[in-house]
Design a protein around this ligand. Sequence first.
Ligand code: FAD
Length: 482
Amino acid sequence: MPNDYDADVIIIGGGLAGLRAAEILHEGGIRVLVVEAQDRVGGRVFTHPEISCDLGASWFHGTIGNAAYDLSTLAESSKSVLKEEIDDDSDEAADGWKTNMHAQVLGGLPPIRVHADGTRSEIDKQDFYEQLRILVKASNAPIPINEENDVSLYTQIERNLPHERTPLLNEALQLWNGFTEAVTGGDVRDHSTVRNEDYVDLPGGHVAPPGGMTNALVMPLVERLFPCRVRLNSPVKCVQWSADSTMLTLEDETRLVASVVICTVSVSVLKGLRFEPGLPEEKVSALKETGIDAVAKVYFVLGSPLQNAVTGCTQCVVWDDGALDDMPSWARGVRMVYYEMVPVPRVSVWLVSVPATEFELSKEHVAESQLVLTRIFGDVEVTNVYHGGWGKNNRFGGAYSYPRVGAGRERTQRIAAPLCVGEKLKVAFAGEATHPTFYSTMHGALESGEREAKRCIQYLRGESRKEWEVTHPEVEQNSAVS
Ligand SMILES: Cc1cc2nc3c(=O)[nH]c(=O)nc-3n(C[C@H](O)[C@H](O)[C@H](O)COP(=O)(O)OP(=O)(O)OC[C@H]3O[C@@H](n4cnc5c(N)ncnc54)[C@H](O)[C@@H]3O)c2cc1C
């Protein structure tokens, strides 16, 4: 291996995929360098230090077989506490997020309807739950059998519901679409019903580590990685790959050369990154078939506790016709609110797609939030607002990837396919969007980093292409060869 390389492997991006790949390469004795655009690592995992809230990922979605859960160094004692909670929760674990939504509605406060005249009324929880059961049935109706018949998640449920619908069913449908969008990360009108089946739910319930995900997962990864090199504030603008080497040009014109590069940026960033020669058509089309949208997890900090609210509870919100007329446009995306007292009184909501983008672009967060929350809860004082800004941040360009209507088979494998020159591995691709069944998650990102690090190790040890390709059998047919 020529020793004038800056590293044997350079990794673009210090998110979970990049950090995990670096750890494995470092353990394997490979000289590795991580170049990260921002002034911190962790990527889409970020616990805000001021109020200890996760602005990015916060849940282990399933704990059995979950690489993120397994790699987190929660104290053994808290792991066993979590384990007990999980065992109690096996029904939820078995049926994924639909049951999770039911649990939140049933376990939460009665849904509230906000009227146009500014008054509020409660909706009977059991009645509302019955509507959700109708929606589950409609969403589980047989799906089209192939890509040609694919429809959006929105159309799928619409066409399986009766034409004559009660107003309450329509209200539950609004909530359903909102919840689906928060889980899947994009507009339900853009999300593929056929390809949605590719995603695999892990068993073991949905649990969040106390103290936030940065402490539980990112910091331990960073500690294990030390003294491997991580270069912060180093955005890459161009990747040139040839038989001799792979060269990165940073935005400040610094050039770095490696034998192999692992690119872990989000699909949105990947679409805009310059490659010379350009990316093969297979990969470009797979990127077009993949969506990534804004998801704003918003925390409103309150000046004082809410009167008559129950802490640690979810409440669904339904807006009557006209109730949103004098509200900021993003308020229509507020469908579920969560109130808690610790460490400070705060309300959190998830906004997705257009409402999330509108919220991210607003400059009047505190004033607007006060207006919206007062309409829901009565008099409240909002003192501060926190959110991740993932959509407008050009280092991410959205929250997590999803398959768009009409997306083809092996979409993720086509994004993952490495760039090779003959027998030489030049650029490998990792990141959540490259995982065939766990895309959009932390565990998907971590497994993808592991996969590509192993591929690089095999390659650098001199194994044949046939051998290093099988670390990810799905890409075998798809590798781009120049
Ligand atoms: C609001 C939100 C909630 C979520 N909730 C959950 C959850 O509860 N559970 C779960 O499992 N998952 C969740 N996710 C998804 C999860 O966070 C991601 O799937 C995962 O963190 C992605 O990791 P990654 O390494 O693939 O990408 P990233 O984290 O995006 O890492 C890529 C890195 O590349 C860097 N970069 C970008 N451009 C360049 C460049 N030009 N040069 C150099 N570096 C660059 C970025 O700064 C970033 O650090 C959530 C995500 C968001 C945004």
